[in-house]
Design a protein around this ligand. Sequence first.
Ligand SMILES: Nc1nc2c(ncn2[C@@H]2O[C@H](COP(=O)(O)OP(=O)(O)O)[C@@H](O)[C@H]2O)c(=O)[nH]1
Ligand SMILES: [Mg+2]
Length: 335
Amino acid sequence: MTIKRFFAKNFPEAMKMIKKELGPEAIILSSEQKPTGVEVVAAVEKEEPQPSDNIVTLKREIEQLKEALRRLGAAGYEFNVPEQRRRLLHVLKKNAIKEEFALRLCERCKDINEMIALLTNEIKAEMPEGHQKAVMVVGPTGVGKTTTLMKLVARAIRHGSTVGVICLDSYKIGAVDYLKRFCQVLRLPFRMVNTTEALPEAILALSSRDRVFIDTPGRSPSDRAYLKAMERFFIEFPEVETYLLMSANYDWRFLETTYQHYREFPVSCLGITKIDEVPVKGHIYNILSLYQKPVGFLTNGQRIPHDIVFPDSKELALMCLGVNEVKGGVHEAWA
Ligand SMILES: Nc1nc2c(ncn2[C@@H]2O[C@H](COP(=O)(O)OP(=O)(O)O)[C@@H](O)[C@H]2O)c(=O)[nH]1
Ligand SMILES: [Mg+2]
């Protein structure tokens, strides 16, 4: 409905204006005599133009096209993958293997057995223990360095080695105390150092031990000064083995950021922590594809010394694919 107010000298003139502007169907809603003339409010019911059937059909088709494009986008490159490999791709993605890695893997295999063989070959599992006397555990804050170090110390003792412990982590008071008590109970020599520069001396002081484990600060990977000091240490003291810890529950963006910070470190192996906290294990593949380093061990819980495992390449491949191998070579998740 259109409503409009008109002013005219008299009523007949107002009606003329109304008819001209609103047409013959206009109705008068009110009129009022004013000192200078008359004020009339008139209205007309104007029909909204209805879209023709063709336009309705066209609109619907456009919506359908938009939806098809949206789905095409969401499915990514999958449309280029031959039918028989789509299932492989779906399972890789379901297990959280990053899409670009999943596609590259699917291009190279046509069934699950080939995929297991490929991953087994690609994933290097290697625990470089015993090659060097000193082992340093590095990684982002809260990744599990101190906890893992205690698990590794307990294991070394079980294997008959004499062990010393150095702590460079003076920032997390509680965590240091815990490590200190752990060493007291096991009667292990324990040294606390506040700077990277003091590390070589502390390592030398423990040179009578078979193995020396070094815990490092829980600092943010964006702490450039700390990272630079560590890089200098590695240049001056190259005979230290470095285990870089990454948590299985890190998202890809965080992994990429940490990679920028730790890639200058001479990493001997990766330790992937908190695999008990993720429902699927493809993250392991993502982490090692990024770092291109062997996996030394996985940690799967908070219990010291129990929750640490040393899987081989095939076990890691099966884990990443979410496959349980059962008798006769049938793979449960794929049966
Ligand atoms: N669920 C789970 N928690 C872990 C694991 N490893 C360490 N944690 C926990 O993660 C938290 C941080 O560990 P901490 O060793 O202090 O990390 P740091 O800051 O890197 O030394 C603690 O609560 C640990 O008990 C693991 O494999 N699984
Ligand atoms: Mg710590």
